[in-house]
Design a protein around this ligand. Structure first.
Ligand code: PMP
Length: 408
């Protein structure tokens, strides 16, 4: 493959590649690698600043609390939220969506109502809604995807009706990498009928400048580990007036105003949703990850998209290879090789130092609709080089020869 040289300036920021110089890590969509600045910030917190947040009456604890709350303010600005009180720290996208489905869902979804998701949703944005629909006697409407892997947004718009209470969609899907194009139109349509719109930003946030107010979303969820931050930390953005109404789901320390034996009053949002000692180290790491990503995101996205396009073209001509990636995917290349189980192909590639994901990608409804049990996914990050992509393509070509894949 003759890949044109694509400038990349970021690999040196990621110390994992000094530890594994021969690793082509193509699994950013599953979990990202850490730049040194994030490691340093977390290290500094552990070595100089660690203390309980919102609990200690001494300077170290006040400082830790200030650092924790400063990241909330930073996230609010990053997402274009009206104020920091609209940001709830969670353990990730999964926890954020479950919180909405379990706390907000029962307030607005009743028997006969409808919830709209798509067949391409990650299980994290599918199962919570399926359960809510089941518990409330509501209907789950499942939007199909186009042949190119994009969610059929016209279908979504056509199915929004007076019965629609919630629409929950991926901003960017984790299998095809297709991005939602009509988020604002969907938000407006669902609001017109008195419903609510949640965007799953787990993949989209790495590649899109997000402004929740301009998007018109009611809820937005994302995870730290997909944007060069730590795992085990994420955020829920929710419009303040909605958070005000939502009851807590997890009960415990740090989320009450007053507790008696027979009575309790909850703390205001967002503390009401942050029971128990929080992942302060994760929050600090998230803050550093946002500082790293924000000024570079656009250039990183251009870099990933250019490499993705070239790699896609090189993969497409390999005999027996079926691509499931959207033509405009910024960083995701899902595919299968005829007659080769994706797990065998992933193992073959691993032996050549190429790390990709193989499996159903927590999107089994999509796999079923495509008629495949699993597929491979190579996903790119800011640190990905043309050499990584060349090694992927060569590895797949070698696998095709090794497994004697016939042309389709
Ligand atoms: N939604 C999408 C689109 C995802 O890609 C992922 C992670 N693979 C999730 C939700 C869940 O994110 P997390 O595991 O960080 O909670």
């Amino acid at each position: 493959m003759n890949m044109s040289k694509i400038d990349q300036n970021w690999r040196a920021d990621f110390p994992i590649f000094a530890a594994h110089p021969d690793l082509a890590y193509l699994d950013q969509a599953a979990t990202g690698q850490y730049p040194q600045t994030v490691i340093d910030a977390m290290n500094a917190y552990m070595t100089t600043a660690n203390a309980p947040v919102h609990r200690g009456l001494y300077k170290l604890a006040y400082d830790a609390t200030n650092q924790f709350e400063a990241v909330r303010t930073q996230v609010a600005a990053f997402l274009g939220a009206a104020h920091a009180g609209e940001i709830v720290f969670t353990s990730g996208t999964t926890a954020a969506i479950n919180l909405v489905a379990q706390s907000f869902g029962p307030l607005v979804v009743d028997a006969g109502d409808e919830i709209i998701v798509s067949v391409a949703e990650h299980h994290s944005n599918f199962l919570p809604w399926r359960r809510l629909a089941g518990v409330r006697g509501a209907h789950l409407l499942i939007a199909p995807v186009h042949a190119d892997g994009a969610i059929d947004e016209e279908w979504v718009l056509a199915h929004i009706s007076r019965r629609t209470r919630v629409v929950a969609l991926a901003q960017e899907t984790n299998v095809s990498g297709a991005c939602l194009k009509q988020a604002r139109a969907i938000a407006d349509a669902v609001h017109q009928v008195g419903g609510y719109f949640l965007l799953d930003g787990a993949q989209g946030i790495a590649h899109n400048n997000v402004n929740v107010q301009q998007l018109g979303v009611d809820f937005y969820a994302f995870s730290g580990h997909k944007i060069y931050g730590p795992s085990g930390i994420g955020c829920l953005y929710a419009r303040a007036e909605l958070l005000l109404e939502m009851p807590p789901v997890t009960l415990g320390g740090g989320m009450i105003s007053e507790v008696g034996v027979h009575n309790v009053s909850w703390a205001p949002a967002p503390e009401r949703f942050e029971a128990g000692s929080q992942n302060t180290l994760g929050v600090v790491g998230l803050g550093a990850a946002l500082r790293y990503l924000q000024p570079r995101r656009q250039a990183m996205t251009v870099h990933c998209a250019a490499l993705t396009q070239q790699t896609r073209a090189a993969l497409a001509v390999i005999p027996g290879l079926t691509l499931y990636a959207h033509p405009e995917a910024a960083a995701t290349l899902s595919f299968n090789l005829a007659g080769v189980h994706p797990h065998d192909l992933a193992t073959f590639l691993d032996e050549q130092g190429v790390a990709v994901r193989a499996g159903h990608h927590c999107a089994q409804p999509l796999m079923t609709s495509l008629g495949v049990p699993a597929m491979l996914r190579a996903s790119l990050g800011a640190y990905t080089t043309a050499v990584d992509c060349e090694r992927l393509v060569t590895g797949v070509q070698d696998a095709a020869a090794f497994f004697q894949v016939a042309a389709r």
